[in-house]
Design a protein around this ligand. Structure first.
Ligand code: ZN
Length: 325
């Protein structure tokens, strides 16, 4: 009996030890995973701090002071290299992008009447120079070459409707105009699978005279008021390359048109046409970009246009200009 109870006690002790040890290790595991979560949470919070306040976040992350000091030294060196005569250096030219240096001078390059065989060439040049622009496209051409429209949009440019047919007979009645306009809008939306903003350009611009022989002299004043009431912004330009007129084949004249047109203006919308025969316009484009950049212009696009910029266009009569005749 004594022997039996001895064995029983031994068995109970063994069971007790095993269960106790097991539950202890469970608790440890539990604490450990809790700890991990806490650490992870702390780390994430630190990351947020780092985003909000880079310096503080960075300092928190550096446990190794030596490494931190090395980093500080590097920063100092960097500052010394870039500073000339105590003046803050301008960012690299390449930094004048959409996210880059905020200049008070702005340029919106616009290309009308595409897509054509010239459009890919224009896109290559823009890409090479890290510039984004806006393309006001003709619906029926876009339908034929949706891949170019898609490429344009995918490379960061904005694609907006211009007209479906670009036939000035659209200016006969409100009905003929809106039929054509909505069709153009639909084509762009269907290709890109987006809802385009209510921004477009009238064929010939808002103060065109081509409409005179269709809807008459009072047609554009009435149409512009009507489309404004519908919430649209129609965009004209304050600098023209002249590439839709007799200068289209003369590089010097087009360069002169642009640079004279931009003179004393710190906010410009430049009119160009990516029609297939405008090879000379494509040839001057790199010089136009480089010079405007040197003059301090920041390249902007309607893709991420701000309300402030749109209002500025209205006040400069580049957008929603009232037509009085
Ligand atoms: Zn046009």
């Amino acid at each position: 009996m004594k022997k039996l109870s001895g064995i029983l006690i031994a068995v109970i002790m063994v069971i007790g030890l095993v269960v106790g040890g097991f539950s202890f290790s469970e608790t440890r595991k539990h604490i450990t995973s809790n700890d991990l979560q806490e650490i992870e949470k702390g780390f994430q919070e630190e990351k947020v701090v780092e985003n909000e306040d880079n310096l503080k976040g960075l300092e928190d992350e550096f446990n190794d002071k030596e490494e931190m000091n090395k980093e500080k030294e590097e920063n100092k060196k960097h500052e010394t290299i870039n500073t000339e005569d105590g003046k803050k250096p301008l960012p690299n030219i390449g930094d004048y992008g959409q996210e880059g240096h905020k200049s008070s001078k702005k340029v919106f390059l616009t290309f009308d009447d595409g897509p054509t065989s010239l459009t890919p060439k224009i896109l290559d040049i823009l890409k090479e120079h890290d510039v984004l622009a806006t393309f006001f496209v003709i619906g029926k051409l876009a339908e034929d070459q949706p891949d170019i429209v898609q490429r344009t949009y995918d490379e960061g440019h904005m694609v907006l409707p211009h007209s479906y047919s670009h036939d000035y007979s659209i200016y006969s009645t409100f009905e003929t105009f809106y039929d054509d306009f909505y069709r153009a809008e639909e084509v762009v939306e269907n290709i890109l699978n987006i809802e385009v903003p209510p921004i477009f350009r009238f064929p010939g611009g808002s103060s065109n005279h081509s409409s005179f022989r269709y809807g008459g002299k009072q047609f554009m004043p009435q149409l512009t008021e009507d489309i404004k009431e519908k919430g649209y912004y129609y965009i004209d330009w304050n600098v023209s390359s002249g590439d839709a007129g007799p200068d289209y084949n003369d590089k010097d004249k087009m360069l002169n048109n642009i640079f004279q047109g931009a003179k004393n203006k710190d906010f410009i919308v430049v009119l160009c046409h990516d029609v297939s025969w405008n090879v000379k316009m494509a040839e001057i484009l790199p010089q136009v970009i480089t010079t405007l950049r040197e003059q301090g212009y920041q390249f902007r696009t309607f893709k991420d246009i701000t309300e402030e910029e749109l209002n500025k266009m209205v006040s400069l009569k580049i957008a929603n200009k009232s037509i009085v005749r």
